[in-house]
Each structure stands twice: as structure tokens, then as C-alpha cells.
Design a protein around this ligand. Structure first.
Ligand SMILES: Nc1ncnc2c1ncn2[C@@H]1O[C@H](COP(=O)(O)OP(=O)(O)OP(=O)(O)O)[C@@H](O)[C@H]1O
Ligand SMILES: O=C(O)c1ccc[n+]([C@@H]2O[C@H](COP(=O)([O-])O)[C@@H](O)[C@H]2O)c1
Length: 199
């Protein structure tokens, strides 16, 4: 697990990264800059509990690929969930709060995950524990209005213009960051192989 002194602000960016792509880099950079965070920790998951794992590459290969992609001085790549036996994000977050008590964490995810967030284990506990930042994604732009999480926690939405110190907000707090849309997905890359971004 990465070190973290008191006062550090960290965006937790969990993912399957099967494989990682520029859309992921875009999400991490958007969160880092727009939320005024010190760092982004990329959490390479042993396996999304809601996804079929039959096409999932080995963790070591995904970590190596994410390290190649996440080439930025404020990015840290880690796979401690596997070594600590953590499958659910609620457990990961509780673990981190215990082990890095002075660090201020924010959960970072793409807008497609907002739509299904109410299916995550202990999702309300997650919302009540740390601020959540959602980055827009093609096909999911309307979900802030209709997702159950957004409805239940409507009162906790923070305007993106006011999210510059987001890590210091008490939970529940969530914000939706509009940004240039990036159309890449791992599914697309698994189906068609690497594609030139400028083609
Ligand atoms: N193009 C994108 N724009 C915004 N968010 C993205 C984009 N691609 C991935 N994300 C977000 O990054 C995180 C990790 O995504 P993941 O590794 O599942 O990639 P994916 O492209 O969604 O994969 P798959 O197609 O296999 O479902 C998730 O929170 C996801 O919402
Ligand atoms: O805890 C859960 O129930 C849960 C359900 C779905 C996804 N997650 C986490 O969400 C992150 C994004 O997953 P993915 O597959 O969309 O990249 C990753 O860290 C997963 O472990 C977590």
C-alpha cells in the first residue's frame, strides 16, 4: 500500500484495466486537476465483483500495463487489494481509512459506474464515508439525473465549479465532472485490438 502522510489528498481510482487505455488516463488527470488533489492512486482490482472474470488478464499483466500508461509524477499504481484479500470497494475504503488515518480520500469513477452504483456492496456506506467524484463518459451523461444513488443523495451533490477542495468536504458529497468525452473502452480494445487515437 502506498505511503500517505497526514494532510495528503488522494483520489482512489479503482479499475479492472483490462486493458488500460487513454480514457483511464483522462479520468485520472481530470480528477487530479479539477479536484485539487495531491495524488491519484490507481487500484488495479483483482476482479470487479459484478463482472464475469473469464476474459480478465492476470493481475500482474494488468498492473504492468497500467504502470506503462500512468506515467505521471502524481500517479501511483497499486494492487494491494489482492494481497490484502479485499474484493469489495467498501472493504478497501474501510481498510485505507484504518491504515492511513490522516489521508483525505476521494473515490473516483466514470459515469457508467454511477448508473449501477446502488448494486455495489454497502454502497450507502461508501457514500457516507468519503466524497465521490464522477467523470462524464459517452453514453452515461444523463445518469446523474436518473441513477438511484444520485436520487437518494440529491442533497449531497456539489456543483463541479465548487469542487476545487473536494477532499475536504464531509461525506456524503458527490460531484459530476463534465469534461471532453473520451470514447475508449476496454471492451472495444479487447474486440478490435489497439487503435490509433488520431485515426
Ligand atoms: N472513456 C472513459 N471515460 C470515462 N470514464 C471511463 C472511461 N473508460 C473507463 N472509465 C472509468 O474508469 C474506471 C475503470 O474502468 P474499466 O477498467 O472497467 O474500463 P472500461 O473501459 O469501462 O472496461 P470494460 O469495457 O471492460 O467494462 C471505471 O470507473 C470506468 O467508469
Ligand atoms: O464493491 C463492489 O461491490 C463493486 C462493484 C463494482 C465495481 N467495484 C469497483 O469499481 C472499480 C471499477 O470497476 P471496473 O470494473 O468498472 O473498472 C473497481 O475498483 C471495482 O472493484 C466495486
Amino acid at each position: 500500500m502506498p505511503p500517505g502522510d497526514a494532510g495528503l489528498t488522494v483520489g482512489l481510482f479503482g479499475g479492472s484495466f483490462n486493458p488500460p487505455h487513454d480514457g483511464h488516463f483522462h479520468v485520472a488527470l481530470t480528477a487530479l486537476r479539477r479536484l485539487g488533489l495531491h495524488r491519484i492512486w490507481w487500484l488495479v482490482t483483482p476482479g470487479n465483483p459484478l463482472k464475469d472474470h473469464s476474459e480478465l488478464e492476470a493481475l500482474e499483466a494488468r498492473v504492468a500495463a497500467v504502470r506503462r500508461l500512468a506515467d505521471h509524477p502524481r500517479f501511483t499504481v497499486t494492487a494491494f487489494e489482492a494481497t490484502e484479500g479485499l474484493s469489495y470497494s467498501a472493504d478497501t475504503i474501510a481498510f485505507l481509512k484504518r491504515r492511513r488515518p490522516g489521508v483525505r480520500f476521494v473515490w473516483v469513477m466514470g459515469a457508467d459506474n454511477l448508473a449501477g452504483f446502488h448494486r455495489w456492496q454497502f454502497w450507502r456506506q461508501i457514500v457516507e464515508t468519503l466524497p465521490i467524484a464522477i467523470v462524464d463518459r459517452p453514453g452515461a451523461s444523463l445518469s446523474p439525473l436518473s441513477a438511484p444513488m444520485a436520487e437518494v443523495y440529491r442533497h449531497a451533490r456539489v456543483a463541479e465549479e465548487e469542487a476545487g477542495d473536494f477532499a475536504c468536504r464531509p461525506a456524503p458529497a458527490w460531484t459530476f465532472l463534465h469534461a471532453p468525452l473520451n470514447p475508449l473502452s476496454s471492451t472495444l480494445l479487447r474486440q478490435h485490438g489497439p487503435m490509433r487515437q488520431d485515426a
